[in-house]
Design a protein around this ligand. Structure first.
Ligand SMILES: *Cc1c(COP(=O)(O)O)cnc(C)c1O
Length: 463
């Protein structure tokens, strides 16, 4: 399998090179040259596989430059850190199935991909003799999952910027209590946007970027999407075993990475196995407007109780656009340049095609809190606010004849304030977080200035 760019401007790459490149050099996103498919006989074989074995089968369809035994070892180690033996278990509550993706070390679904990505980076660097310095900005979830994915790894240092005093206390502690010597937490005196623009400015200094071999861990990395394909198939097979040939998935969506993995899974499986992907957004509804009207136009970012979905430009959207545009890289390039210039893209010509893949629903703040409360009362099950957005959309859009699986993207204890508003009391902290406040922590506080951060990276970076 070779990898190409959505903008058509690079020579095909091997998987390992695609992982290390992250963003394609022509500004596009990397995709496999063809999307693989499997038939029902393969599903019969996969039906009873444990998560790790299924992951090996699926990843092998996309990776041909890592020997089987090595791939098995990478997968085994990635998911050994999960607290549940099934890695991503499925449970039924009322009219919906819940796919629990929060059993990893930082209690959010991003662990599923980042635990594997950390091992992949280390594996490739060991074989090429290189090193990397990962640099990123976070408003909360991504930073802790990325740190957990690479802590203690050889030849990798990680620098994560967060806005000083502006993440939730739990989110900050999840990052700063990781004391491995390759982990550097930087609290900047400023907002998340300040942190983000510092990181962008440093990446744009190409000399600095090459000298320190800066690496990114945001969700545009193909390996992150690929790792997420596995749990869609895993959940589908569980329902197939119960007699359902066709299911829907409801996905709380921000950057379109998770639901794009669902699209890859839908394409991989025989037609109709995954019938509809329900795209659930909070008040930041650019993607819901795209699905319903073909209107992809940027709005103002609104702060909600599901902050990991407070996004107006979905960085993975370009991948789906590539298929809408009939795999025409030049057309995608023109679209994205137009969007960068005007903040708008009119895709209304495609709404019929889009409706074959997605339905969508934007869920308000009141509905989110009400859904957490009602689900807790009726089923004794606590949803985090991101998951609640997906559950609300599923309850509204589901077809009674077809089961719907809701992706549970975070543990409710990570978002205690919203949960308290919904049910009147704090959600209990799981063991992994219980003593967080008593642990030793390490973090530097820096002014929100590009030069100050660069100096810190230069002093502490591998080279
Ligand atoms: C990142 C995140 C999302 C959104 O996922 P995308 O891949 O960006 O669409 C949803 N819920 C939680 C808890 C997250 O951390």
């Amino acid at each position: 399998m070779r990898y190409i760019s959505t903008r058509g401007g690079i020579e095909p790459l091997q998987f390992q090179d695609a992982v290390m490149m992250g963003l394609a050099r022509d500004g596009g996103l990397l995709l496999p040259q063809t999307l693989p498919t499997v038939d029902t006989e393969v599903l019969d074989r996969w039906q009873h596989l444990p998560y790790q074995y299924l992951a090996r089968e699926i990843l092998s369809l996309f990776i041909d430059d890592i020997p089987q035994a090595d791939l098995e070892d990478l997968i085994e180690r990635a998911y050994a850190s999960f607290a549940h033996p099934q890695v991503t278990p499925v449970t039924k509550r009322g009219d919906v199935y819940i796919l629990e993706l929060f059993h990893g070390p930082t209690l959010a679904f991003k662990d599923v991909a980042l635990q594997l990505l950390g091992n992949l980076f280390e594996y490739v660097l060991a074989r090429t003799g290189g090193f990397m310095n990962i640099l990123g900005a976070t408003s909360g979830d991504t930073g802790s999952a990325a740190i957990a994915g690479v802590r203690g790894k050889n030849k990798i240092n990680i620098f994560i910027l967060h806005p000083h005093g502006r993440t939730s206390p739990i989110q900050a502690l999840q990052m700063t209590t990781v004391l491995d010597p390759n982990v550097f937490n930087i609290a900047v005196r400023g907002t998340f946007d300040d942190a983000q623009s510092i990181v962008k400015a440093i990446f744009n200094d190409l000399d600095f970027r090459d000298r320190y071999r800066l690496g990114a861990v945001n969700s545009i990395n193909w390996a992150r999407v690929l790792a997420q394909v596995v749990y869609y198939v895993y959940a589908y097979l569980k329902l197939r075993k119960l007699g359902s040939g066709s299911v829907d998935f409801s996905v709380p969506t921000g950057n379109f990475g998770d639901i794009f993995a669902g699209y890859v899974a839908k394409t991989l499986l025989p037609a109709g196995c995954i019938h509809t992907l329900i795209l659930a957004t909070n008040a930041n509804d650019i993607l819901a407007r795209f699905v319903s009207q073909g209107d992809y136009s940027r709005g103002q970012v609104q702060a909600t109780s599901s902050p990991s979905m407070d996004i107006q430009i979905a960085s993975n959207f370009e991948r789906y656009l590539y298929y809408l545009r009939g795999e025409d890289g030049a057309a995608v390039k023109a679209d994205m340049e137009g969007f960068a210039a005007t903040g708008k893209l009119d895709l209304s010509a495609f709404t019929a095609r889009v409706a074959q893949d997605f339905r969508s629903r934007a869920v308000s703040e009141e509905e989110t809190i009400a859904t957490i409360g009602a689900f807790h009362r009726e089923h004794g099950y606590l949803l985090d606010p991101h998951t609640a957005v997906g559950v609300k959309a599923a309850l509204d859009l589901r077809e009674p004849s077809r089961p719907v699986v809701c992706l549970a993207t975070a543990h409710p204890a990570k978002f205690g304030e919203a949960v308290t508003r919904a049910i009147g009391s704090e959600p209990p902290l799981p063991l992994a977080l219980a003593d967080l406040a008593n642990r030793e922590s390490r973090c530097v506080v820096l002014d929100a200035e590009v030069e100050t951060v660069k100096e810190f990276v230069a002093r502490n970076g591998l080279q």
